[in-house]
Design a protein around this ligand. Structure first.
Ligand SMILES: *[C@@H]1O[C@H](CO)[C@@H](O)[C@H](O)[C@H]1NC(C)=O
Ligand SMILES: *[C@@H]1O[C@H](CO)[C@@H](O)[C@H](O)[C@H]1NC(C)=O
Ligand SMILES: *[C@@H]1O[C@H](CO)[C@@H](O)[C@H](O)[C@H]1NC(C)=O
Ligand SMILES: *[C@@H]1O[C@H](CO)[C@@H](O)[C@H](O)[C@H]1NC(C)=O
Ligand SMILES: *[C@@H]1O[C@H](CO)[C@@H](O)[C@H](O)[C@H]1NC(C)=O
Ligand SMILES: *[C@@H]1O[C@H](CO)[C@@H](O)[C@H](O)[C@H]1NC(C)=O
Ligand SMILES: *[C@@H]1O[C@H](CO)[C@@H](O)[C@H](O)[C@H]1NC(C)=O
Length: 896
């Protein structure tokens, strides 16, 4: 049971170490949130251009995500001149890897809504070329007079490396104008050639197989006025060798149709499609996170059962196989949600990974088979060992079985078999019930939920929190730090103590939170007091009980906000990010901070962050509790001295008044915030397990006692052996020494026999009947005395409380005063010298001889002298085999 528990605990501990998150790189706080980027692969790197973010529809940023054996590196590539911002464009890296070509896409230049006079579809395909060596952009102009396709988005541009050609198919200029044309662009001459058109289609992907087939998957097909998602049962293929379109029927587990998904092709011509959406209008659009694999050799679809944490559902993601073994799926968007994550799928192992290294991958898949082989071999070896042991010690095992049987089967004198059978059945039943209960109790302790106990004690002083003020929409005049319109925060307490020194300016180039209102420039300030600064409950000599912050900024700006957030000092991620080293260590680890930064950049934090309008008065109250989270260690299941992490946590309440239109008349500032503790108390939130093994002990004891009581009530009390398990189940040397001890302590002649074991009538009347005539009366009495002596010793040793005898002896020596007169004898109950009678009779004193038997002691020739010598050698030789075969001897070892 214990082992089971340990295995369970170990498993529990193991599962809890698995991150519940996608791959978290340490540069995550710099990854943009975005989708619809033009993506191309350059060796182990993904080159990402443009795309949409939450604040911009078309960006012109250029990034490189590089995979190495242990992770990724992320960098923004330098750009000497700005490119046109685009979304839903395609990108190709030239054959010599010297340049990146961004093809088409939607941008400011195509925005037909802002340029109604222009027919946006008439724009020629936009080709922007980035040179990696010179870091500069140029526009790529095809030869004059040569045909060129119209500009488009959501099309496919598939590069065929062997012929250095790019196949461009379909796409749309907007929802009304969808293209059906197929073009091929020569990579070296940039000449476009129109090929045979097919269905009007957009939102699809095109993958090139190694035998020159362009496989078009998904997207929406426009046929007449019908706009529907392309079927996955029938795929459109363009054969680049025969220059023909064809349709193939697919088999297998066909995935649902989709649009705006991502597709990558493996070296063995399997196309993996990831994500996508239902292609419906925005408010009805549904997104998927499913992955499907098409084997283009057999045209069979399969939907792999992928382990790990699936990436969120999304469209317009960037995907590539950078190292030949893993699919990297990054960014993407789903309506208003943009992603800034990097997800890695191991193709061979069919798993989304939280971290990886190329070496580990190959060995870990080998490991699982290695483990299976190892376990199998271990099982076989174990089986062989067990069989050998069984065979080798069969005699002992048989003895053990007999022993167990005789230990269990103990009918009392006169008890019928059915009564004993019932008792044993009940006992087994009770043991079963008890075991069941034990399992239940242990399982309850293991599955125990945690509960939180709050302990509040009054305190004279409480800690002040860190308060961050982020001015959103106020410009900073960096040229003149003394500009009266620069934002800023002044601090004082209600007793006038000035705490301005504890307000510091945070460097927004290190990290800047993003507020989705995008009111303008963001500049943050942090109030962080030293540990010696406390807010006090008492009046008089102290630094005050409340903080009063006055905020300054350009009074002419009204469309601006100050975002205020509070943190416990030890849990302030700002101190971590901006490298503030003071007397309060920050308990956060990097993963916590990264995930906080991600939230800040996504503007999703809702607790302890408040937005203040200019020209208002606000009040904020807080309480900081020491939350003692139980650590996930096996020891905490025991319930004694739990191991916990102390985590300070803040909760706050906020109230803000309406802006005062007259505020500027008599104030130079833009608002006031008062920060005060809820109450002057020390708060501890202690997490405890509801059920622990220690609690369980009480229940287990109770049920055990109850079952024992019921058993005793039904079947009477059966005294256990006065000896313990060690004595009863000992073997080898231990057992032999026990037998020797018994022999020397209770030695009898064969003639006297062992009382209660060898019945009197058998010894004297049956077995020795013939002998009886030759026995003198003295010999007979000697034998009876000897038997009596052993009997006394047995009783004394095992059943009769020694203390009674000692008390009796004492009482005898110091008889009460009145006793003497009453009896007039002046003597004790018994003469105290009676016990040494034996010694006087010439024998070894019984007491000393029995407690320290020694073979070297000379035999005195007294009445019991034979007890201490001649049987010694006889039995000690034979015990080793004797005890295995003769069950009567075992009676020594069991309940006598
Ligand atoms: C890409 O890999 C090839 C072969 O390993 C190498 O010669 C080339 O320099 C690499 N290109 C870049 C841009 O790293
Ligand atoms: C791989 O990238 C990680 C993350 O940037 C970096 O720490 C590591 O040193 C790189 N490993 C190699 C072998 O370049
Ligand atoms: C697109 O136009 C908007 C306003 O029309 C402008 O703010 C933005 O900078 C432009 N973006 C690019 C990439 O040119
Ligand atoms: C509108 O489109 C025409 C034709 O493409 C172009 O010349 C003009 O610059 C565009 N105007 C604006 C404001 O983008
Ligand atoms: C706009 O482009 C479409 C598609 O090429 C064409 O049918 C239409 O005539 C064009 N309209 C104008 C005003 O040029
Ligand atoms: C594909 O299946 C359709 C019916 O579902 C059938 O009409 C067509 O002939 C099949 N095509 C091929 C190439 O087997
Ligand atoms: C006031 O705060 C300072 C630290 O800022 C501390 O050194 C000083 O002891 C405090 N004074 C009182 C009366 O608590």
């Amino acid at each position: 049971m214990n082992q089971l528990t340990y295995i369970f605990l170990a498993l529990l501990a193991w599962t809890s170490t698995v991150h519940a998150y996608f791959y978290v790189p340490n540069f995550m706080s710099t990854l943009p949130f975005g989708g619809g980027m033009a993506t191309a692969q350059r060796n182990n790197s993904m080159i990402l251009f443009g795309g949409e973010t939450d604040s911009t529809s078309y960006t012109n940023t250029l990034y490189q995500l590089t995979q190495n054996s242990t992770g990724f590196t992320w960098e923004a590539l330098p750009q000497k001149n700005a490119a046109q911002g685009v979304v839903y464009a395609q990108a190709i890296v030239s054959k010599d890897q010297s340049s990146l070509m961004v093809i088409g896409g939607q941008g400011n230049f195509t925005a037909s809504s802002t340029n109604s006079s222009a027919n946006a579809t008439a724009l020629p395909l936009q080709l922007q070329l980035y040179n990696f060596a010179s870091s500069s952009w140029s526009t790529y102009a095809p030869k004059a007079g040569a045909p060129i396709p119209n500009n488009r988005k959501l099309f496919s541009a598939t590069y065929m490396e062997s012929s250095n050609k790019v196949y461009i198919y379909g796409g749309a200029s907007d929802e009304q104008n969808v293209y059906n044309d197929l073009w091929v662009m020569d990579g070296s001459t940039a000449a476009f050639t129109p090929l045979k058109p097919y269905y009007s289609r957009y939102g699809h992907t095109g993958s090139m197989t190694s035998d020159g087939k362009l496989v078009i998957i998904g997207g929406a097909i426009v046929s007449g006025n019908q706009n529907s998602l392309a079927s996955m049962n029938q795929l459109t293929i363009y054969d680049t060798t025969s220059n023909t379109w064809s349709i193939v029927n697919t088999t297998g587990n066909v995935p649902s149709p989709r649009s705006d998904h991502s597709a990558v092709i493996t070296s063995d011509d399997k196309i993996i499609i990831l994500g996508g959406d239902s292609g419906a209008v925005a408010r009805k659009k549904q997104f998927t996170r499913s992955v499907a694999i098409l084997d283009t050799k057999t045209w069979t679809w399969s939907i792999p059962n992928i382990q790990g944490i699936l990436p969120s559902s999304r469209s317009y993601a960037s995907a590539a196989i950078l190292d030949g073994q893993h699919v990297t799926l990054a960014f993407g968007s789903a309506l208003n949600v943009q992603y800034n994550d990097i997800n890695v799928m191991d193709i061979a192992g069919s798993a989304w990974l939280q971290s990886f290294s190329a070496e580990d991958e190959s060995s870990s898949s080998g490991l699982s088979t290695g483990v299976i082989v190892g376990v199998t071999i271990a099982c076989v070896v174990l089986l062989v060992i067990i069989l050998f042991v069984l065979w080798k010690f069969q005699a002992y095992i048989r003895f053990l079985v007999t022993r167990i049987h005789s230990d269990i089967w103990k009918p009392r004198s006169g008890e019928p078999i059915w009564a004993e059978t019932f008792r044993i059945i009940f006992q087994i039943f009770f043991i079963f019930i008890f075991a069941l209960f034990l399992v239940f109790v242990i399982k309850q302790a293991i599955d125990s939920p945690n509960v939180i106990q709050r302990i509040e004690t009054a305190a004279a002083e409480v800690e002040s929190p860190d308060v961050r003020f982020c001015f959103d929409g106020y410009n900073v005049n960096t040229a003149n730090p003394n500009d009266i319109n620069n934002p800023g925060v002044a601090c004082q307490t209600d007793v006038g103590y000035s705490c301005n020194d504890y307000v510091q300016t945070l460097d927004m180039t290190t990290f800047s939170p993003i507020f989705t209102d995008h009111l303008g420039n963001v500049q943050c300030y942090l109030f962080r007091a030293p540990n010696t600064f406390k807010l006090a409950s008492t009046s008089g000599q102290n630094n005050g009980s409340r903080l009063i912050f006055t905020m300054y900024g350009d009074q002419s700006i009204t469309a601006a906000r100050v975002h205020i957030s509070v943190y416990p000092k030890a849990m302030d991620p700002n101190a971590y990010i901006y490298g503030i080293n003071d007397d309060t260590p920050v308990l956060l680890n990097q993963a916590d901070v990264l995930s906080w930064q991600n939230d800040e950049r996504n503007d999703v934090a809702a607790t302890n962050i408040y937005s203040v309008e200019p020209f208002t008065y606000s009040a904020l109250s807080y309480e900081i509790a020491d939350h003692r989270y139980l650590q996930d260690v096996g020891w905490n299941y025991v319930g004694f001295l739990p191991i916990s992490n102390n985590t300070p946590e803040v909760t706050s309440n906020f109230r803000s008044e309406s802006p005062n239109p007259q505020y500027t008349l008599n104030h130079a500032d833009i608002g006031v915030v008062a920060v005060s503790p809820n109450a002057f108390t020390d708060i501890v939130d202690r997490e405890v397990k509801m059920y622990t093994l220690l609690n369980a002990l009480g229940f287990v004891g109770g049920i055990f006692g109850l079952l024992i009581a019921v058993q005793a009530w039904l079947f009477g009390f059966r005294p256990r052996s006065p000896w313990g398990v060690v004595h009863r189940w000992s073997m080898g040397d231990m057992k032999r020494s026990l037998l020797r001890g018994l022999q020397s302590k209770f030695k009898t002649t064969d003639a006297a026999g062992i009382p209660l074991v060898h019945p009197v009538h058998k010894r004297f009347s049956v077995n020795d009947f013939n002998n009886l005539g030759y026995e003198s009366e003295t010999q007979r009495i000697g034998r009876v005395e000897e038997r009596m002596q052993v009997m006394e010793l047995l009783f004394k040793a095992y059943y009769v409380d020694d203390e009674v005898f000692r008390s009796l002896d004492n009482a005898n020596k110091n008889a009460p005063p009145g006793y003497d007169q009453a009896h007039g004898a002046g003597t004790p109950l018994f003469p105290s010298n009676e016990k040494v009678d034996l010694a006087r009779a010439g024998a070894a004193p019984a007491g000393t001889a029995l407690s320290s038997p020694s073979p070297s002691q000379p035999s005195g020739g007294g009445r019991f002298s034979h007890m201490f010598n001649h049987r010694n050698s006889m039995n000690s030789d034979s015990t080793s085999h004797h005890h295995l075969t003769d069950t009567t001897d075992n009676l020594h070892m069991r309940d006598v």
